[in-house]
Design a protein around this ligand. Structure first.
Ligand SMILES: Nc1ncnc2c1ncn2[C@@H]1O[C@H](COP(=O)(O)OP(=O)(O)OP(=O)(O)O)[C@@H](O)[C@H]1O
Ligand SMILES: [Mg+2]
Length: 259
């Protein structure tokens, strides 16, 4: 794990000065769900760190704790043990309100089940995400129309923006959810199965965009996927099983197009 070390030697100090501080540092985090007397340990002593701009894929069987890991990284739920530093802030010690504030400012979330607001159009869903990201900021940023055009073009949803979620296909809803997560240029993008409902063409477009968000815009991207080929576009792949990281492998960092 690439956590900072304390050493008095000059060489170590020089190394430290040139080393990029990780944007995510998870140290032995645990999350146990409790309902009544029943306890479900969904995460057990998970440790890893992620550098700014890195693209990390998370793979593992159903129920291995992938979404739970994202809920803790995104500040949607608190860890039950361990510590979690997100951009220098210790999420394990922040109040719910403080975590929410951090999430709005820094994190874009693509949920496994989209979570679009049903009464708003696709455009309304994107706009409200932008407004929420602006809450509490001293100077409000106007909606970035150039980025909006770029995202809706790549995602192939430009003609669908006036429709409500129930008038969109599953794949279209998913692509709206991705545009919603990226519109405020969050430092960290957490995408839970972003290609789960997509055909090859749209899946490639989404993967390409995630790759560019990391490489060109220096956004830190974490993506859960069941697709081993999709995982290969990441810089690193974390394998999870039974709430633990079993091993970490290097990805190829490339989008693999089907022939
Ligand atoms: N709110 C909850 N209350 C109790 N147990 C939960 C809750 N949410 C998840 N779990 C349990 O925690 C474990 C991890 O669930 P999680 O949703 O993180 O898995 P996952 O790896 O995302 O699976 P999938 O690939 O199916 O989405 C599972 O055993 C699940 O049943
Ligand atoms: Mg899940």
């Amino acid at each position: 794990m690439a956590t900072p070390t304390t050493s008095s030697s000059q060489a170590a100090n020089t190394r430290k000065a040139t080393k990029v501080q990780p944007i995510i540092v998870a140290r032995e985090i645990g999350k146990t769900y409790r309902s009544g007397k029943l306890e479900v340990p969904a995460l057990r002593r998970v440790s890893f760190s992620v550098a700014p701009g890195e693209f990390v894929a998370i793979v593992g069987p159903s129920g291995s704790g992938k979404s739970t890991l994202f809920y803790t990284l995104g500040g949607l739920t608190s860890v039950t043990s361990g510590s979690l530093l997100i951009d220098g802030a210790d999420f394990s010690r922040l109040s719910d309100i403080e975590r929410t504030r951090m999430r709005r400012a820094k994190i874009g979330f693509v949920f496994q089940r989209f979570n679009l607001l049903p009464t708003l159009s696709a455009m309304g869903n994107i706009e409200i995400a932008h407004d929420i990201a602006n809450l509490g900021k001293q100077s409000k940023q106007p909606l970035d129309r150039v980025l909006l055009d770029h995202l809706t073009e790549i995602l192939g949803i430009r003609g669908r923006l006036v429709h409500r979620p129930n008038e969109l296909s599953g794949g279209e809803q998913q692509r709206v959810a991705i545009a919603r997560a990226l519109i405020s240029r969050p430092a960290i993008v957490l995408a839970d199965e972003p290609t789960g409902n997509l055909d090859t063409k749209n899946s490639d477009a989404v993967l390409d965009m995630m790759r560019r968000s990391s490489r060109e815009l220096n956004q830190t991207v974490l993506m859960i996927t069941h697709n081993p080929e999709a995982a290969q576009i990441a810089d690193r792949i974390l394998h999870m099983r039974d709430g633990e990281i079993t091993h970490i492998e290097s990805g190829r960092g490339l989008v693999i197009h089907e022939v």
